[in-house]
Write a protein that binds this ligand. Structure first.
Ligand code: AMP
Ligand code: MG
Length: 360
């Protein structure tokens, strides 16, 4: 494994607790207007994949609560296995692939990983390299591989340049065998969306058709909440006392709502925010946007696209979206201006004072 050359300082415990409390508060706000005490709702929350995972099921009377509880418990176990499998630095399959790559030998991609490898390769191609799971060593260098590794200042430019060049020169990802010098793979920009897809598929298989799977603001939604639509809150990238939810989306269709933001993992140095979404072209945090929300049928694709569009920035997010086949997008730029596509605009209800620009 490539290890970063910059020393890391663990986050103080107090700060970690404060972040978790903040996350819990935010989750409490994620469905504005919905009462968590509704007896027909089953809601379960747990910390997984470095974020807060929340599963909400509307019990329509067909499935007894105890049966639904057991399904959700099974689902949580599935998500824990998934987390282990896709952790770039753990002891599961992807961690093993990264250890093999670090020795310079080829790594075979096990069958259960092939689909997401193929999707990641497709997303890289269509986004012209803006989405690229081969940035793993760069993510580590920047300290964004784990919340306890955040840096106090950016890593040395020479170290960034070396890893950026390794990405530029490495072989294209493929889903059978992969060999690439200096490359570590990180599926953090696509795995949560995929996990949400798998979770929703399992709920449906168990006849729980009305549900929300929320992995830290990355959602897969299905069906309705009884006789009304689900109401999804999309977080403001710079929340304050007045506005925490930027917009809300009513939905009854089967779809994914994914957001990439510069507020998820970051540190500040000399007044500048350094966040976790890296531009593979520069090896540094992508500039120009605060958040990108994508709505489309599949979580894995929406996840890859939200990251790709974030990297594409204010100038290129629209052509990147078109190439990736995405038409429902909302972006917030560095000045806090909100732009939304015509396909998504009529579905959103904006917080007071938010005046979005609507584009084709
Ligand atoms: P997301 O929140 O879905 O945008 O994913 C961000 C995470 O994906 C980061 O924490 C990194 O682990 C990883 N990542 C960062 N930059 C990229 C990129 N350009 N392409 C693919 N993955 C990335
Ligand atoms: Mg993503």
């Amino acid at each position: 494994m490539t290890s970063p050359s910059t020393p890391r300082k663990p986050l103080p415990r107090l700060l970690v607790s404060a972040l978790l409390i903040g996350l819990l508060l935010w989750v409490a706000l994620r469905h504005p207007g919905e009462s968590p005490n509704d007896p027909q709702l089953l809601q379960r929350e747990s910390l997984m994949m470095g974020t807060l995972v929340s599963i909400t099921v509307f019990l329509d009377g067909q499935t007894p609560r105890a049966k639904a509880e057991a399904v959700v418990t099974g689902l949580e176990q599935l998500l824990r296995q998934f987390e282990r499998r896709w952790s770039a630095w753990g002891d599961g399959e992807l961690g093993q692939i990264n250890r093999t790559l670090a020795t310079g030998k080829p790594a075979s991609i096990p069958n259960p990983l092939k689909f997401l490898f193929a999707e990641a390769a497709r997303a890289s191609l269509l986004s012209e390299g803006r989405f690229d799971v081969r940035v793993g060593a760069l993510v580590r260098l920047w300290g964004f591989d784990d919340a306890s590794h955040y840096l106090q200042k950016p890593p040395p430019p020479a170290a960034i340049a070396q890893l950026r060049k390794a990405v530029a020169n490495a072989k294209t990802l493929n889903a059978d065998r992969y060999q690439a010098n200096g490359i570590q793979l990180d599926f953090g920009a696509i795995a949560k969306g995929y996990a949400a897809d798998l979770a929703m598929a399992l709920l449906k298989k168990e006849s729980l058709h009305n549900a929300i799977v929320n992995l830290g603001g990355n959602l897969r939604v299905s069906g309705r909440r009884g006789d009304r639509d689900w109401n999804i809150g999309i977080r403001h990238p710079r929340p304050d006392q007045g506005v925490r939810i930027l917009a809300s989306l009513k939905t009854h269709s089967d779809e994914a709502v994914l957001t990439s933001g510069d507020y998820e993992r970051y540190f500040e140095f000399e007044g500048h925010r350094y966040h976790h979404i890296l531009d593979p072209g520069t090896g540094e945090p992508a500039q120009g946007l605060q958040s990108v929300t994508v709505v489309c049928p599949e979580g894995a694709w929406a996840d890859a696209a939200s990251t790709a569009l974030f990297v594409a920035g204010p100038q290129h997010w629209r052509d990147t979206a078109a190439r990736m086949g995405i038409d429902q997008v909302m972006v917030v730029d560095a000045q806090g201006r909100v732009t939304v596509t015509r396909a998504l605009a009529p579905r959103l209800q904006f917080a007071e004072g938010i005046q979005p620009v609507v584009v084709p």
